[in-house]
Design a protein around this ligand. Sequence first.
Ligand SMILES: NC(=O)c1ccc[n+]([C@@H]2O[C@H](COP(=O)([O-])OP(=O)(O)OC[C@H]3O[C@@H](n4cnc5c(N)ncnc54)[C@H](OP(=O)(O)O)[C@@H]3O)[C@@H](O)[C@H]2O)c1
Length: 338
Amino acid sequence: MRLLFIGFGTVVQGLSELIIQKQEQLKAEYDLDLTVVGISDMFKGSLYSPNGIDLKQALEAVRNGDLKSLPNQFAGDAPAMIAEADADMMVEATYTDIKTGEPATSHIRAALSRKMHVTTSNKGPVALFLPELKKLADENDVKFLYEGTVISGTPLLNLIRETLAGSHISQIKGILNGTTNYILSEMEEGKPYEEVLKKAQELGYAEAVPDVDVLGWDALAKITILANAVFGVNMKPDEFACEGITNISNEDIARAKAEGKRYKLIGSLKRDDDKVVGRVGPEQIDLSHPLAGVMGATNAVTITTDTLGDVTIVGPGAGRIETGFSILIDIIHAGGKR
Ligand SMILES: NC(=O)c1ccc[n+]([C@@H]2O[C@H](COP(=O)([O-])OP(=O)(O)OC[C@H]3O[C@@H](n4cnc5c(N)ncnc54)[C@H](OP(=O)(O)O)[C@@H]3O)[C@@H](O)[C@H]2O)c1
């Protein structure tokens, strides 16, 4: 399988490490031989070789700066690479723009139209345009996969799609954002919000401008993806109520604790007949609920089914290797044989 990487940042570097490490295992278990033929990155540079790029060399070069001193330089930008490359699958991992979905959505449309499978960890295109992109993939007889867009490598979407196949799912409810869960967990120790946010920024959990996390927008994008992917609707982020954690005080948290409850930023979706309703907001969760014990930057989701009752999956929601792994899952599903 010939791969094209659009974006060569944290996630794709993690994926590259996994591909190098698991090359023999992928051949033996899935008859899957992966060759990266193209890498296009805005500032790090672009490479194209139909015979394959040396991934170890590319990783080494990028650790020392960029790809510009390596052989097989490609002169064009990402759209030019997608238009010209001979590849079976594109990995889209440029930055997320939750408001427009660009430039990723244009990259994905172009690759699907050229009959490449696509995998992305980018929430923008999936939250805004999933039904359209799925249709385009179907028309071109290729797959559009996006496991990494919701709680990264913890395989929530595959769990629902494959492992729980045949179940009727009536509710999905979870901790979909690690940064805010870390902040609420630390605030329970009595530390003030500003101090905890600063620590989260130092640890790399929160951005310098933390709005996407603390105002609930990241969780909002994820419940939109879940609504459209699991319940087959065509909803947009602005159809859900959204509140972040900035109005929660240490006193609120202590009061909840005294009543046997714990504040969590919860994204929830409920299906009533054909209607799907959902919201993101702080909720007081009973300490006996599995979500209440999930602390720090960990994510967790409870799925309510007619077959098993509640099923809860807990795991990492971000990280270089973790999100790289989510892309590898999609590559194996698109091209591997079992
Ligand atoms: N990191 C995580 O744990 C995680 C978890 C879940 C989802 N995600 C999502 O996965 C995607 C990738 O994340 P990341 O952490 O790898 O981000 P990142 O480290 O910022 O990497 C993104 C890369 O895309 C490149 N890029 C931006 N615009 C481009 C364009 N128009 N054409 C070509 N390359 C372009 C950037 O180039 P320059 O830096 O050279 O400008 C950068 O190297 C994002 O959408 C993110 O939201 C990440």
